[in-house]
Design a protein around this ligand. Structure first.
Ligand code: SF4
Length: 156
């Protein structure tokens, strides 16, 4: 059995011998001794303890297969979503001076080229719109490029 790749181990705050095991995938939590945790890491657990770990998703038959299965959730969710959200950063040219700005070293006169903008619109038209999804378009539009994007989408 493999240790699931979605496991977090924490040392117990009150008991120095306790290890808290948390499965971020299954939401299962259990408290074990350092010895059991070590056996878990070394794949030497057997019998009832191994069965419990398997039932709680701490041990899995194939960790890579589990990881690929989880990665597939995004494809499944995207394929089944009615809405398709597009967040577009058209330029890095913010002319505000928010005192808390955490983007100041990214701000510059870089603008998305017309060719890239056209490619983006084409991708949205051929992809989500072609299969009947509702497209929510958002981003840092300025007056000029704000007019450009919706017009191309609305007139399709
Ligand atoms: S990038 Fe955002 S936080 Fe920074 S100045 Fe512009 S609006 Fe303010």
């Amino acid at each position: 059995m493999d240790l699931s790749r979605f496991i977090k181990l924490y040392t117990g705050s009150n008991d120095p011998d306790a290890i808290i095991i948390y499965s971020t995938l299954r939401g299962s939590v259990l408290r074990v001794s350092q010895t059991v945790a070590e056996a878990l890491r070394n794949d030497t657990l057997e019998g009832a303890e191994q069965e419990v770990m398997a039932r709680l998703g701490i041990l899995v038959p194939d960790a890579l297969a589990e990881q690929l299965q989880v990665a597939g959730y995004f494809d499944w969710a995207n394929a089944n979503a009615r809405r398709y959200t597009v967040l577009v950063t058209l330029n890095l040219d913010c002319n505000l001076s928010c005192p808390y700005c955490y983007e100041d070293h990214f701000r510059s006169k870089n603008y998305m080229s017309d060719a890239t903008a056209d490619l983006l619109v084409e991708t949205i038209l051929d992809g989500p719109i072609a299969v009947g999804k509702e497209v929510l378009l958002g981003g840092n539009f300025t007056r000029d490029n704000y007019l450009r994007f919706p017009k191309q989408l609305v007139h399709s």
